[in-house]
Design a protein around this ligand. Structure first.
Ligand code: ADP
Ligand code: MG
Ligand code: MG
Length: 252
């Protein structure tokens, strides 16, 4: 079973009683990208962070199965080695680390210690990825995220993704603050990876990104639960009708 399966997932803010996820159920087979939408403040980012093991949240019930293996007891780096990749909502700056350094370290971490990332392999892949993203090679000598525009940060996330060959991607609000040209490049990067080996969740409040990355399914989260699932037309409906009607589903 090559799929990301979330079963009755409950999670709270660590060291508090504040429950945010209240029984999420989702199955994303490899080969499919699903959109996760919903009003602000309803648990979308929490879901992403719980999947990658952010200690800010504690799982109180349920499972997250990656290809049949429950990952909830694993450290974040072990999850990364299974090929679960989170594109951060707010990418961090790491002083003194260039993009090239960072990508090499990340690729090595993904492979584990047994296998070296060869120089030729690294540069070959890097060239291909930069080409897809229409980015000049000189960018990789810049320090990670330092002085990057919003668009450059996002493009850098997609560069990481292209380099790491994830099995599952989780993108959280990757579209926020992007102009149409940047959005198209991000989408081009993601679409270039689509295929039978890649599954993922595209988390977004707005339908806009989904014009370019057309999801196989759409799920709506309200109050920490999936209240409705459907095809791409569901995202369009949210775009025209807003979120009021889904909030009512949650209380019904
Ligand atoms: P979304 O991504 O759907 O906008 P979030 O998952 O970021 O929502 O947040 C869901 C709810 O949980 C919000 O009300 C938010 O304020 C709250 N929340 C998330 N993380 C924390 C935290 N670390 N401490 C307290 N409240 C939090
Ligand atoms: Mg939010
Ligand atoms: Mg969010």
């Amino acid at each position: 079973t090559h799929q990301l399966e979330i079963r009755n997932l409950h999670a709270k803010v660590t060291d508090t009683d504040q429950e945010i996820l209240r029984g999420i159920n989702l199955v994303v087979p490899r080969g499919e990208l699903h959109a996760v939408m919903g009003p602000n403040g309803n648990g979308k980012s929490t879901l992403a962070k719980v999947i990658v093991g952010d200690p800010e949240y504690t799982v109180t019930q349920g499972e997250v199965l990656v290809d049949g293996v429950n990952i909830l007891e694993m450290e974040p780096d072990e999850r990364a080695r299974l090929g679960v990749f989170l594109a951060f909502q707010y990418p961090v700056e790491i002083p003194g680390v260039t993009i090239a350094n960072f990508l090499r370290l990340a690729m090595q971490a993904r492979k584990g210690e047994g296998e070296e990332v060869g120089f030729a392999e690294f540069y070959g892949k890097l060239k291909g990825a930069l080409d897809t993203l229409e980015w000049d090679e000189s960018i990789v000598e810049r320090y990670l995220n330092a002085g990057f525009s919003g668009g450059e940060k996002k493009r850098n996330e997609i560069l990481q993704m292209l380099m790491l060959d994830p099995n599952y991607i989780i993108m959280d609000e990757t579209d926020s603050g992007l102009d149409v040209d940047a959005l198209k490049i991000v989408a081009k990067g993601v679409n270039s990876m689509r295929g039978p080996n890649l599954g993922g969740l595209i988390i977004t409040h707005y339908q806009r990104l989904l014009d370019y990355i057309v999801p196989d399914k759409v799920h709506i989260i309200v109050d920490g639960k999936v209240v409705q699932s459907g095809g791409p037309e569901l995202a369009k409906k949210l775009d025209t009708e807003g979120y009021e009607w889904v909030k009512e589903l949650a209380t019904a």
